[in-house]
Design a protein around this ligand. Structure first.
Ligand SMILES: [Zn+2]
Length: 290
């Protein structure tokens, strides 16, 4: 753990938060942390796990924020619900962390948090350059969500009205329009590939999405770069697939570093795009110039 990159201290209005102690470059791993306690679907077991922690760790757990009242749920359940992060996408297993659970939310985050299945740690990587003294902020929601949906979800799960830089900026409406267009294009990619057998149009959609996300400064392009790679490989354009795979590796490297699960997995596909399980599935359609 490189604890010199951040400090945990009080924020003006959001309890404690994490702050950069020096300038941090895009792609830097700020923290990779072992869980304080592992959380599963059975609350009784979770309570037992918390209660059997060594005293110092139990105190760290009890010092974390709880946005729920005791009328709604027991204190331990409230702390878990406020702070637990899933161990991987769609997992019902989660964990609570001494430091990572202190990272506050922004709809325009400067870090991405993720569970590394190989190291079994939760990590945060900078998704843009961060200046010394800036608060380190992650998104508790998917980034491609419109303002109203974000507010409803944050209110329901974390009991706050988001007043982040994006939610209070004049470009919030423009952001919603970008999100809507990206979603529409994303649906179109599926239509062009699975129904119309038109991968050229699908690749055009991918390129438009990437340009829109760049313009709006939205993190999360890897998913769509992956689409570009997969479409090229499916339709047997292996030179193009290699270009997309190289781009994808660069993107995964910034998102999750060399130890990231995805980076390791796609290193092989970048070297040999034909090794992908869907390579050649669509026969051959020339995508030169697409
Ligand atoms: Zn916000």
């Amino acid at each position: 753990m490189n604890d010199a990159l951040y400090i945990i201290k009080d924020t003006p209005s959001n309890g404690k938060g994490m702050f950069a102690t020096r300038d941090i470059k895009h792609g830097t791993c700020i923290l990779s942390e072992n869980p304080l306690v592992l959380i599963g679907p059975d609350n009784q077991r979770n309570f037992e796990a918390v209660n059997s922690l060594p005293m110092i760790n139990k105190m760290q757990f009890l010092a974390l924020r709880n946005v729920y009242s005791e009328k709604e749920m027991p204190v331990l359940a409230g702390i878990i619900k406020t702070n637990a992060l899933p161990r991987g996408p769609n997992s019902d297993e989660a964990a609570v962390y001494r430091d990572l659970s202190r990272v506050n939310h922004s709809c325009a985050p400067n870090v991405h948090h993720f569970w590394n299945r190989i190291t079994e740690k939760e990590s945060i990587h900078a998704v843009k350059d961060i200046a010394a003294g800036d608060e380190i902020l992650t998104s508790y929601e998917e980034v491609l969500m419109p303002w109203a949906a974000r507010q409803v979800s944050l209110q329901k799960k974390f009991r706050f009205e988001c007043r982040c830089k994006l939610c209070t900026s004049a470009s919030n409406e423009e952001y919603d329009a970008t999100v809507a267009r990206v979603k529409k294009l994303s649906d179109l990619i599926m239509v062009y590939v699975s129904m119309k057998n038109d991968p050229r149009k699908a690749i055009e959609c991918v390129r438009e999405i990437l340009a829109l996300m760049d313009k709006a400064g939205i993190w999360g392009k890897s998913t769509f770069i992956h689409d570009g790679y997969q479409i090229s490989a499916m339709y047997s354009n292996y030179d193009l697939a290699k270009e997309w795979a190289d781009l994808l590796l660069e993107s995964y490297l910034l998102d999750e570093g060399e130890s990231g699960d995805l980076y390791k997995r796609y290193l092989g596909y970048a070297q040999n795009p034909k090794s992908h399980e869907r390579a050649g599935w669509g026969g051959y359609i020339d995508l030169k110039g697409a």
